[in-house]
Design a protein around this ligand. Sequence first.
Ligand SMILES: [Zn+2]
Ligand SMILES: [Zn+2]
Length: 347
Amino acid sequence: MKAFGTQAAEAPLKQLHIDRRAVTPKDVEIDILYCGVCHSDLHTARNDWGGTIYPAVPGHEIVGRVTAVGSEVTKFKVGDIAAVGCLVDSCRECSSCKRDLEQYCIPGFTGTYNGKDKHLGTQTFGGYSEKVVVDEHFVLKVPANLDLAATAPLLCAGITTWSPLKHWNVGKDSKVAVVGLGGLGHMAIKLAKALGAHVTLFSRSPGKEQDALDLGADQVIISTDKSQMSSVTGKFDLIIDTVPYIHDVNHYIPSLSINGTIVLVGYLGPLDPMLNSVPMILGRKSVAGSVIGGIAETQEMLDFCGEHNIVSEIEMIKMQDINEAYERMLKSDVRYRFVIDMASLKG
Ligand SMILES: [Zn+2]
Ligand SMILES: [Zn+2]
């Protein structure tokens, strides 16, 4: 089938041909309608984290229509709208999988792309393609009232911010701050607000106040302004740090409440400057990390978004515009997520 991907880290993405496995008894085949564009897509295509197997076909924010189901599939039928996020398989047996935490599968989950297809033994290919074949356990149902294109980013940006909000019990009267207003940050604001929290955006520079308030934030703090920062000392129960590059996490710790947590969801790698334990010890504060969410939790997030009419803010592109979209994403020149109209690949 047709797909869009790359044969090398330095090469632009272009159209290529991939093979998918035939539908097995537990599989669902989905004709892909929309696919969101995540920073991880770019990092994988360019081998920024090492380990990319080529050809690489990114895309893990997938929404489409079921075109075939295996004989043992019970959750879906042909014609249903379905979604696939960042993982398409896991061991199903380890202590994490048994607790619906497939994202922390101990032998490792199978990524939607650049993972290892257990049936074929080859690398998995993501959503920049005509169709995808996935075990029904890893396929999500989409609430009927949501715009399908704007739902796609919920499958990564949405669940990545929902999971820490739930894990740290955010609800009415919680005080939550978000660092960074991009694909992840704008979803964190919407979801935290809908859970009843008081929501603050930390922004490095002025100019994003109105956007943040429109998305549901109650307050914007310019993090480079000392007096604004001291006005929120000891305030936040949870800070969701979505910044995707190396940055000073110490800067935000004074604004955590006693027992507060700052959770990193955007940046993978060593921190510089190093963490200073003093404010953590003197305030029983935590620095944590979190990755996407389990399948049950992802369904819970989608259902919540259906009830509260929450979707992502998107800019629709054609598949052929992906290389330009990557360059714009590197400059944060997108409000707030690119979504590919997959009709452009099929046409
Ligand atoms: Zn992603
Ligand atoms: Zn497992």
